[in-house]
Design a protein. Structure first.
Length: 369
């Protein structure tokens, strides 16, 4: 039997632990998780994960030591600079992946691709960008110049328990980035910037009504790629009704958009953490104005992980895509090296990885809506 493939997971939060757990359950991989947060690392160790501590001599020196002998690194810690980690990974001769939706950070990672050689740089390997980007890219492959596509994604508590209808599921920093940064979209065939929290509409999924509005970061790569090729492409977040009004009150009426540090503190301390969440994905397509709407829908629910512990749907979806990408990259199954942007690898290829099976069974066929 060949030696297990060593992979370093940076960040011991919910996403990092879920990725390390999923990789560690496969005998082909040897996952090690590391974090500068000693408490989070201790929690990971107590749950049976293999851990490695930062020595404290200096971030670059610590990372350089941790990356020794690794085949790939998966960055989940939003406090660490993706480009810095990617640069060190290339120096150490290992592949780089992350789970972020920060288009600026992704561009910095992409700028390193010229020196990647046989290695891969894969930013945005999560839910959206990531899995949802792959699904959308597959649908856009057959879309015509008059087609309109709207992608809806909701990461929500399974039950609404407060007026915001929200909880600390993914991370507050990422949420605020989504809600305050410009959104790239295709409108009228051209690439445009759309204001976040705009173009609101109501949507029924599984008999429940949600509100939808624009947020940033999830489909930037696809918007750039398909500008001039389709008439429309936009991403919207799903929330329980009323969420948008409360967030606009906080951001604009109270002026917290100019004091995000205060809003971050408020939401971090006030919103409950939960692993009992749901992930909703809906993609609406029209081949031309007036044509029937074609819908693709999917819902993922929280379920126990490989060790039987509670695992959120969002963490599992993120881990499944990140692990599938790491699997394909480390096995040499991908058609190219260098930069692998979100959406470059479609579901047909992702299905070659056993990790992708976590997502695939729940996917429903396209339905006329």
């Amino acid at each position: 039997m060949s030696a297990a493939i060593p992979v370093l997971v940076l960040g011991a939060g919910r996403m990092g632990r879920r990725i390390a757990r999923m990789l560690g359950a496969d005998p082909r991989f040897a996952a090690t998780i590391s974090s500068r947060d000693a408490d989070a690392l201790a929690l990971a160790a107590a749950s049976g994960l293999r851990t490695a501590a930062f020595a404290g001599a200096g971030l670059r020196d610590d990372l350089f030591a941790l990356l020794q002998g690794m085949r790939a690194v998966i960055l989940t810690d939003a406090a660490m600079a993706p480009a810095e980690v990617a640069r060190l990974a290339l120096e150490r001769g290992c592949h780089y992946l992350d789970i972020f939706e920060d288009s600026g950070a992704a561009a910095q990672v992409a700028a390193l691709a010229g020196g990647a050689g046989p290695l891969c740089l894969a930013p945005g390997c999560g839910l959206a960008p990531g899995y949802v980007t792959s699904l959308t890219a597959e649908l856009l492959a057959g879309a015509g110049a008059q087609s309109e596509t709207t992608v809806f994604v909701g990461v929500l508590p399974a039950k609404r328990e407060n007026r915001l209808g929200y909880a600390n599921i993914w991370g507050i920093d990422g949420l605020l980035d989504e809600y305050t940064n410009p959104c790239l979209a295709v409108q009228g065939g051209g690439l445009v910037e759309v204001a976040p929290l705009s173009q609101s509409e109501s949507l029924s999924v599984g008999g429940t009504t949600f509100e939808a509005f624009t947020t940033s970061g999830s489909l930037d790569a696809l918007a750039r790629r398909h500008a001039g090729k389709v008439a429309g492409l936009v991403f919207k977040t799903l929330r329980y009704p009323g969420h948008l009004d409360y967030m606009q009150f906080l951001l604009h009426d109270l002026g917290l958009a100019a004091r995000l540090y205060q809003l971050r503190t408020l939401l971090t301390t006030a919103l409950p953490e939960t692993s009992d969440d749901r992930v909703l994905i809906a993609i609406r397509q029209q081949a031309a104005p007036g044509a029937p709407e074609i819908w693709t829908r999917q819902e993922l629910r929280a379920a126990p992980d490989e060790a039987g512990a509670p695992a959120s749907a969002s963490a599992t979806a993120t881990a499944a895509h990140a692990c599938a990408m790491a699997d394909l990259i480390c096995s040499g199954a991908l058609p190219h090296t260098g930069l692998i942007a979100p959406g470059d690898i479609g579901p047909a290829l992702l299905r070659q990885s056993r990790f992708f099976a976590v997502l695939d069974p729940a996917r429903t066929a396209a339905a006329q809506g």
